[in-house]
Design a protein around this ligand. Structure first.
Ligand code: ADP
Ligand code: MG
Length: 622
């Protein structure tokens, strides 16, 4: 048998390979006179940027895996079919558009599960050493520095109280609150583990609040609560609002009024995005928020390019995407393209928030600052595809056919889903882009590629929860949550309990965990299960519901979703346990039947493009 030709009996062994941004998928089939007989498939992470020679190792891997899974050898293979993999580079940037700076008050927002006492105390801050000098009747908040023993602290406070000094609360350096409170004749609220206790301003009005176990502060997390305590004017109340916001969710808190300077809830100039449409050009400030940016995008559509204001974050981000693409293309046979060739084809803006340390706070408190995340996508028709094909040919020693527009191939693959027929629309939910195509009965296919998909969802989860752990964020995206309630059982997020024979890992106890493939994984944050769930679902909504509607509107005749009857959802993100339902719900109002694909009746939403390549080849061969 010779490579590159059909076997003697007239059958051909071919493999379709779809090189995606994230995943390279293969579909192996034997094509005989009666059409393709599918033998199996394989998938592996894409090596390098899609559509470049870096992809060869990933391609070789999936081809070999598909062959060996089917018990076939490499020299039986006649043809490798590769999709026309247009490089798509998507960039992600996040810009904070508010910043909380506190100068007029000082706050200590405290979580530790160890505050002492309960209630609210208001008084003037006084150092522990000076407590003996306080006059009777004077309400004070005692500040206990390091080096003061808890017994001495309790004795000192009790002595002052006995003299008639009203000690309303205390702030202490060490982890001693309970030890102190337990020794007092009259318990007071005590906040402990304040590392920067020496920075607490003295001689200033202050309030200490400690909530009962299982509760959070009520007064200091409420702007009007603070206003009431310190008799603030409406203007001062407006300025103290960020303090209240930053204290929400804490078990204990301290606010000290320092009557100078001001508190600013500052909006940061985040730069301007200029959207260049085919007919008009409009600029929009990033700080206007996602809705305004997306509305501007609709006004200039179709987009031919976008630029960001130089010297700002958005400028830097769009430049980085463009540079990455220029580099990619420079490696190919076509050489370095001019700037003209590399255009931003789509952007997706999403409102988000990021926990940021509050400037002026004493215990590393953070506030949720508003931010805008931007995904941008560059595509070019001048990909170094031939170089890639040549290297695959050399490495595998087989014929390589590059062909088929990705959208057309995805449609062919999707149509192997039982119960589908043209006209049909597909939604391919990948890592970097959301693609849609509409196939009419005659065979015409309209398609669109939009920025923003699974990777953006992961990034939003990561940053909104302040995890700084992409891998954990990916797990949170993919799996339901649970809370371990005893050493042998967890409560799942839907309320059902699940029991284990072995004790749970100690680091999971009493924590919110994600039930990943490798077992239980604790989420090392203070967020409640409900909160994490809400962040997860809203991230999916903000990216995929918005993009699904945008994409379908672009391919629908006249932009009217009602013209689309059936949608088949494909791609890695279609494996998600929530995303397909969120989309189906969003488009149900337009009379669209929307479901997850089941390629070849067995592959679920995966393998559509690879399968389509084989189906296309078989159709052409017959
Ligand atoms: P591409 O076609 O761009 O190569 P894929 O179709 O492989 O991309 O999709 C990649 C995306 O799918 C990633 O964002 C990944 O997080 C997501 N993904 C893969 N498996 C799952 C899953 N089981 N649940 C949710 N998302 C998933
Ligand atoms: Mg794909």
């Amino acid at each position: 048998m010779t490579a590159g030709g059909a076997a003697r009996d007239g059958t051909e062994l071919v493999v379709g390979v779809d090189i995606g941004n994230s995943t390279t998928e293969a579909c192996l089939a034997e094509i005989g006179p009666s059409g393709p007989r599918y033998l199996g498939g394989a998938l592996a992470p894409t090596s390098g940027v899609k559509g470049t020679a870096e992809n060869v190792p990933g391609v070789v891997k999936v081809v070999h895996e598909a062959l060996s899974a089917a018990g076939r050898s490499a020299d039986e293979l006649t043809t490798v079919l590769v999709n026309e993999a247009t490089p798509v580079i998507s960039g992600l940037a996040m810009e904070t558009i508010t910043e909380t700076i506190i100068t007029e008050s000082t706050m200590i927002g405290h979580n530790p599960d160890t505050p002492g006492g309960a209630g609210l105390g208001v008084g003037t801050t006084v150092a522990f050493a000076d407590l003996a000098d306080c006059r009777p009747g004077e309400p004070v908040v005692c500040v206990v520095g390091g080096g003061v023993d808890f017994e001495d602290a309790a004795a000192g406070i009790d002595a002052a109280v006995a003299r008639g000094v009203e000690v309303a609360g205390a702030v202490v350096r060490a982890d001693d609150a309970n030890l102190i409170v337990n020794r007092l004749s009259t318990p007071i609220p005590v906040v402990d583990e304040v590392t920067l206790v020496e920075k607490v301003p003295l001689g200033m009005p202050a309030a200490v609040e400690v909530a009962e176990p299982g509760r959070t502060v009520r007064t200091l997390s409420n702007s009007y609560g603070i206003a009431t305590l310190f008799e603030l004017t409406p203007e001062q109340t407006r300025m103290v609002a960020p303090v209240a916001r930053a204290l929400v969710g804490n078990r204990s808190a301290v606010v000290v009024r320092t009557p100078r300077g001001d508190i600013a809830d500052r909006r940061i100039p985040a730069g301007t995005l200029t959207l260049i449409g085919e007919h008009s050009t409009l600029a929009v400030g990033i700080d206007a928020g996602a809705d305004e940016i997306m509305a501007t995008l609709r006004r200039v559509a179709p987009l031919s390019d976008a630029t960001g204001e130089a010297g700002t974050h958005v400028g830097g981000m769009l430049a980085a995407v463009r540079d990455a693409m220029t580099e990619t293309l420079a490696d190919g046979p076509v050489g370095r393209p001019g700037d003209q060739d590399v255009r931003i084809q789509d952007v997706l803006a999403v409102d988000t928030f990021v926990p940021q340390h509050v400037t002026g706070a004493l215990a590393g408190e953070f506030a949720l600052e508003n931010a805008v995340a931007l995904a941008a996508m560059v595509r070019t028709s001048r990909g170094p595809m031939e170089a890639l094909a040549e290297q695959i040919r050399a490495t595998l020693g087989t014929d390589v056919v590059v062909g088929g527009v990705e959208a057309d191939m995805a449609v062919l693959g999707a149509l192997t889903t039982p119960g589908t027929e043209r006209p049909v629309a597909i939604l391919d939910l990948g890592g970097g882009s959301t693609d849609a195509a509409l196939a009419m009965p005659g065979g015409d296919v309209t398609s669109v590629h939009l920025a923003g998909a699974g990777d953006l969802v992961t990034k939003l989860i990561d940053s909104e929860l302040g995890l700084e752990n992409r891998d954990l964020a990916e797990d949170i995206k993919r799996h339901p949550l649970a809370k371990s309630e005893s050493f042998f059982h967890v409560r799942l997020e839907d309320g059902t309990a699940r029991f284990f024979d072995e004790p749970l890992p100690t680091d999971a106890f009493a924590r919110v965990v994600v039930l990943g493939e490798e077992g239980m994984r604790p989420i090392p944050t203070r967020h409640s299960l409900e909160r994490i769930r809400q962040v997860r679902r809203s991230a999916k909504h903000k990216v995929f519901v918005v993009n699904a509607v945008r994409a379908l509107e672009r391919v629908a005749p006249g932009g009217n979703l009602r013209e689309i009857g059936f949608v088949v959802v494909l791609g890695g993100s279609a494996l998600d346990f929530e995303i397909p339902d969120l989309i189906a719900e969003a488009v149900a109002g337009s009379g669209i039947v929307c479901g997850t694909g089941n390629v070849r009746g067995s592959q679920g939403p995966r393998n559509a493009v690879a399968t389509g390549l084989v189906a296309d080849h078989a159709g052409g061969a017959r």
